[in-house]
Design a protein around this ligand. Sequence first.
Ligand SMILES: [Zn+2]
Length: 222
Amino acid sequence: MGMFSWKCRRCGCDLCEGELVRLAGTVQTYNGYGGSVGADNVACWHEICYQRSTTAEQLDQTPSESASNQGFGPAKLEFLPGFDPSKTVDNFHVLVHRLYDHAFLTESGLESQSEWDELRCEKEDGDQEFFQKLLATRSDEEQMLMIDEQQRMIVDEIGESPDSRSLRFENLNKALEAVRGYLPQEYTIHVYASQGSLSGAVYEFDQWPKGEKESYRFPISN
Ligand SMILES: [Zn+2]
């Protein structure tokens, strides 16, 4: 990721890596480096926002404002290459960033993904016998099979990832309603959803550190 990044000229969102953008006149998947062009004087749009602009707006090449996210952050579903506004969006699920970790909303409430990841890493690193066997195998294929097998054994032991068990909702409002009772004191909410094989953010709300602010809600159609 780069030292600089841009806001969309139309919707005002910070551009994120992976989104389809029109940058310095060309349509491209945003690489998070400000688009590998000079740091100054670039007019950028999400491609879908560019298409929704009037000809006069499209011709106005006033540079985009720079964005503080530096290209980081979850790519928004509606800005992903291949997104079709006429098709349905489903599988809404909630991720809450708390002070020291992030957690998915599951049957058990907010379940820490960070703790689960840490536990999995401990199990992986602690298995010295596995590494000795892995080093002794010669083919890539054998190694892949061993790694798969190790992952399966770890999941048997510590349970499936909260991510994979996150509750699915049919729309954004139901997802937000469900998480309401579980919110910690300081948090940011992301709601993700899918369209076919595409998956991306459809909602972003910062309660901390900037104060309460909904910074994105799908769809942006204005
Ligand atoms: Zn935009």
